[in-house]
Design a protein around this ligand. Structure first.
Ligand SMILES: Nc1ncnc2c1ncn2[C@@H]1O[C@H](COP(=O)(O)OP(=O)(O)OP(=O)(O)O)[C@@H](O)[C@H]1O
Ligand SMILES: [Mg+2]
Length: 368
């Protein structure tokens, strides 16, 4: 799949711009604060329906304007798809081939994207929520059902937390929890099950990538980290252990007024040669791990949907040393449409394939 064209109107610092992309490689060059990341954000939005930087859509509208519009042309299996997003901030209208979608999650499955930016080091170094976000985004891009499960789970979680506080503060009877517990366990188990399956695959792929980048010196393992003490990934066991744990933590949960068990509290452990890389890894090892996971993401999506996604590299290329740059380039060679943003061009020689390049200045683009 590749994005052949992009049109932006009143998006971030863009007024209106129309771009035609190369099928393989696109270099986006400009000084700081000119609109490079904004351009990638627009592409990401067309793929996933939301920004990788903010949950607040109104931030995406150009200042002093009241709406933005994005249109992309996607080529996939020799077919053209037109993706459109019209947003007034609170309300967002998404269309595929001029047909309005009922839900944002209906956008899943058209344009798949892997984005790699300096913040991705936080995937390794950051808090559990960063890794949960990663696994959620990853699976959501290949399964609209999962995306739907997450939305429902969050609703139930919110209601349940409210009730826990009411029980604590107003002596509301505890048996009222039953109905929410059941829904929490039902939805939560499905989420955990899907995460375990995805992580199994991602772990194998990440391990391969890490070995490649480090010449076989480092073995990376991704492990799902949950309080449920699972011995298998069977649906029944997850459900049962989830229910048991809720009972076990009931008193604490009421005391604190929050749900302490469930996929919203889980994490992913990253082990390199059996050592927790988050706590004990060197900066270089953490970088390698982040890169290995990103490369694994590409292969994961390929395996799930039968095609490589687009790869957006925001400012990371110049941050990688030679060895890692070569690994990255070898892995994307002629099979993945790639967008690379950078402030300068010194490594241009290392691209031995055709590319297009775009200069960006204050939200204006010129093809170079
Ligand atoms: N809603 C908006 N309306 C107008 N301008 C905006 C809006 N949101 C962000 N900007 C501006 O867009 C500019 C470019 O942002 P962007 O993040 O794309 O820069 P960049 O080229 O990636 O820079 P860097 O190299 O520092 O990462 C920023 O100066 C920011 O103030
Ligand atoms: Mg940027």
């Amino acid at each position: 799949m590749f994005l052949s064209q992009l049109y932006l109107r009143n998006f971030r610092n863009y007024n209106h711009e129309h771009l035609s992309f190369n099928q393989d490689l696109n270099l986006i060059i400009g000084a700081n604060a000119q609109g490079k990341t904004n351009l990638l954000e627009a592409i990401y939005l067309l793929g996933t329906g939301s920004s990788h930087r903010t949950n607040i859509d109104s931030e995406l509208i150009k200042w002093n304007e009241d709406k933005f519009y994005l249109k992309g042309e996607l080529i996939k299996d020799n077919q053209k798809y037109q993706l459109e997003i019209n947003s007034k901030g609170r309300s967002k209208e998404i269309k595929v081939n001029s047909n309005k979608l009922q839900r944002v999650s209906d956008l899943v499955g058209y344009l798949n994207i892997v984005i790699f930016s300096p913040e991705d080091l936080n995937l390794v170094k950051g808090s559990p929520s960063r890794r949960r976000k990663f696994i959620n985004l990853e699976i959501s891009q290949v399964s609209s059902y999962y995306k739907h499960l997450l939305t429902e789970y969050r609703k139930v979680l919110k209601q349940r937390n409210n009730l826990l506080k009411e029980i604590r503060d107003n002596n509301t009877p505890q048996h009222m929890l039953q109905v929410w517990d059941q829904q929490l366990v039902d939805l939560g188990s499905k989420i955990i099950k899907r995460r375990l399956e995805a992580l199994d695959k991602l772990s194998i792929l990440s391990k391969l990538m890490q070995r490649k980048i480090t010449d076989g010196k480092e073995t990376l393992i991704l492990k799902y980290d949950t309080k449920l003490q699972l011995t298998s990934d069977s649906k029944e066991e997850i459900k049962e252990k989830f229910s048991q744990s809720l009972k076990k933590y009931r008193r604490q949960e009421i005391e604190h007024g929050v749900t302490k068990i469930g996929p919203h509290r889980d994490d992913i452990s990253l082990l390199v040669n059996d050592i927790n890389i988050r706590k004990f890894g060197s900066q270089g090892q953490q970088r390698t791990t982040a890169l290995a996971i990103k490369l694994a993401e590409l292969e994961f999506m390929k395996a799930e949907i039968g095609e490589y996604p687009l790869l957006l590299l925001d400012d990371v290329f110049s941050e990688l040393d030679n060895q890692r740059q070569i690994q990255l380039l070898q892995n994307i060679q002629n099979k993945i449409q790639t967008f690379i943003t950078t402030t300068h061009l010194d490594y241009r020689q290392s691209f031995d394939k055709e590319y297009k390049f775009f200069k960006i200045k204050s939200g204006s683009v010129t093809e170079g």
